[in-house]
Design a protein around this ligand. Structure first.
Ligand SMILES: Cc1ncc(COP(=O)(O)O)c(C=O)c1O
Length: 390
């Protein structure tokens, strides 16, 4: 799936499925099943002796085109698309971990990832968390049965970063896989596999769609690893809807220009906020004040569209900001062309125990903002007006 073409070109002209009708845009195959020429043909398809499609839970041409194009952007040999980002994370765990294995995860994670991981012991899989980004702390937490390391980088919602190359070395020295959740940046901004990760996972619901329309997920990796995921998903049924794949494929065509402009807006807004007296702290990877600024410069092509903002005060002040901003939609999604704001303590991380939230710097005065394509002057003016009032 790797190509000499630049990623921007692949995003618009990469893998696609072409029919005999010479359509210019990606065709949408809304068909649950596919016809067999003969009984013998059906047998060959089912045994995998012949390429083709039989049933959309297993594979579908529109879904495949999207997954293959994602793999091209991720610098991976292959990819599998799933119904949601969480389905992609779940399929990754269940494809490679079995009872008795150990998963080592960062504690800086999205609430649903924590919920999913905390459920793995019910299947006999051991889990433990590392509350540090230092390679030596990860090395020290490895157990003889560790089979996978899992991080979000940047993490949701505090934008903590993890050194993908350093963690991949630790994983490989210990015969484990490194899986990276790349949802916050998309492959337009960070390519975990090129940095050494084995698997790159995305919630396509975020920047890949970019317009808040459909759910989706993707797992990319080597042919051998993706084949192992396929053996799981073909029967477990986390398949992406062809309609969603079709929407997401067109999302990819504008991914690079959206990401670039959104990161540009986010950087300017982060600078404004960090100098405002009503703001206690701003975490944005491309601000020189981010504790892992050097790492961000090394492994990311921009700071991304997300900013973590700690307002001066408590929950009350944070909620005032949420309720009074006019150009930031109050919603739980991120990566959209419309700016959005979330109060993680009471929403995305509402079910995480308070002590764990505080330990992970998810405090009541924290806001997560996802910066869109509105004019930066309007976004800054909106914040300026609201901060004046609190
Ligand atoms: C880092 C991260 N991973 C995974 C997911 C899950 O994605 P989805 O909502 O598409 O299931 C999210 C959703 O917010 C996320 O932020």
């Amino acid at each position: 799936m790797q190509s000499q073409l630049k990623p921007e070109t692949l995003a618009v002209r990469g893998a696609r499925t072409q029919t005999a009708y010479n359509e210019h845009a990606q065709a949408l195959f809304l068909s649950s099943s596919f016809l067999f020429d003969t009984a013998e043909d059906a047998q060959a398809l089912f045994l995998g002796e012949k390429d083709g499609y039989s049933y959309s839970r297993t594979a579908n041409p529109t879904v495949d085109a999207f997954a293959r194009r994602m793999a091209q952007l991720e610098n991976a040999e292959n990819g599998i698309a799933t119904a949601t980002g969480m389905a992609a994370v779940q399929a990754t765990f269940l494809s490679f971990l079995k009872a008795g294995d150990h998963l080592l995860a960062s504690s800086a994670l999205f609430g649903s990832n924590i919920g999913l991981i905390n459920n793995l012991p019910n299947f006999g899989i051991e889990v433990s968390y590392v509350a540090s980004h230092k390679a030596e702390d990860w090395q020290a937490a490895i157990r003889p049965n560790t089979k996978m390391l899992f991080v979000e980088t940047p993490s949701n919602p505090t934008l903590a970063l993890f050194d993908i190359h350093a963690l991949s070395k630790i994983a490989h020295q210990n015969n484990a896989l490194l899986a990276v959740d790349n949802s916050f940046l998309t492959p337009a901004v960070q390519q975990p596999i090129a940095l050494g990760a084995d698997l790159s996972i995305s919630s396509a619901t975020k920047g890949i769609d970019g317009q808040g329309r459909v759910m989706g997920g993707v797992i990319c990796g080597s042919n051998a690893l993706i084949e192992q995921v396929f053996l799981h998903t073909r029967t477990a049924g986390q398949s992406l809807s062809p309609f969603n794949a079709w929407v997401l494929s067109s999302g990819l065509e504008t991914l690079f220009v959206r990401c670039e402009k959104q990161a540009d807006n986010a950087y300017q807004l982060a600078q404004f906020l960090q100098n405002h007296p009503k703001i206690q702290q701003v975490n944005y990877p491309f601000l020189a004040t981010h504790p892992q600024y050097a790492l961000a410069q090394k492994q990311q092509q921009s700071g991304g569209a997300l900013i973590a903002v700690y307002v001066q005060g408590e929950k009350q002040q944070a909620w005032q900001v949420v309720d009074h901003l006019q150009l930031f939609s109050r919603t739980g999604n991120l990566g959209d062309v419309r700016s959005m704001i979330t109060h993680p303590y009471t929403t995305t991380h509402a079910r995480v125990p308070d002590a764990e939230k505080i330990a992970a710097n998810i405090t009541p005065n924290l806001l997560r903002i996802s910066v869109g394509l509105e004019h930066i002057d309007d976004l800054i003016a909106d914040w300026d007006r609201v901060l004046e009032k609190i």
